[in-house]
Design a binder for this molecule. Structure first.
Ligand code: DAT
Ligand code: MG
Length: 140
C-alpha cells in the first residue's frame, strides 16, 4: 500500500449535466483528495493525443469527437492506492456492468459517454498527469 496520484477526467456528458460536484463528492467520500483541478475545452487533436493508445480501435473517432464536444474537468486525485480506489469509485467501463453506487452506474449514459476517465496503472498515471499539469500545479 502506498500513497499514489492518479489522473481523473470528468467527461463532457457529466460537465454538460452539471454533475461535477456530485462526482467530486464520491471521490472525497472514498478518501481521495483532489490536489489539482481545472476545467478545459479539449480540441479533437488534443483528445486524440491523450487517447493515442486507442487510436486503432473502432471507437477512436467517436471517442475523440465526444471528448472535444464540451468542456471537461481534469483533476489529480491523491490517496492510499488512489489508482485502484478511483477505478472502484468509477465502476466498469460499460455502465450496464458497473456496480451500484459507482459513478458510472449512477451517471453514465452509455459505454462511450461514461462520465469519467481514470488512469489504470502507475506508469499511465504519471504520463497522464504530466499531459495536463505541471508539478507546480500539484498541491498535495
Ligand atoms: P476505461 O475508460 O474504463 O479505462 P478503456 O480504456 O477501455 O476504458 O476505454 C477508454 C474509453 O473509450 C472508454 O471510457 C469509453 C471508450 N470506449 C471503450 N470501449 C468502447 C466501445 N466499445 N464503444 C464506444 N466507446 C468505447
Ligand atoms: Mg482506460
Amino acid at each position: 500500500m502506498a500513497i499514489e496520484r492518479t489522473l481523473s477526467i470528468i467527461k463532457p456528458d457529466a460537465t454538460k449535466r452539471n454533475l461535477t460536484g456530485k462526482i467530486n463528492a464520491k471521490f472525497e467520500d472514498a478518501g481521495l483528495r483532489i490536489i489539482a483541478q481545472k476545467r478545459i475545452q479539449l480540441t479533437k487533436e488534443q483528445a486524440g493525443a491523450f487517447y493515442a493508445v486507442h487510436k486503432e480501435r473502432p471507437f477512436f473517432d467517436e471517442l475523440t469527437t465526444f471528448m472535444a464536444s464540451e468542456p471537461v474537468v481534469v483533476q489529480v486525485l491523491e490517496g492510499e492506492s488512489a489508482i485502484a480506489k478511483n477505478r472502484e469509485v468509477m465502476g466498469a467501463t460499460n455502465p450496464a456492468d458497473a456496480a451500484p453506487g459507482t459513478v458510472r452506474a449512477e451517471f453514465a449514459e452509455s459505454v462511450g459517454e461514461n462520465s469519467v476517465h481514470g488512469s489504470d496503472a502507475p506508469e499511465t498515471a504519471a504520463v497522464e498527469i504530466a499531459f495536463f499539469f505541471s508539478s507546480l500545479e500539484l498541491v498535495g
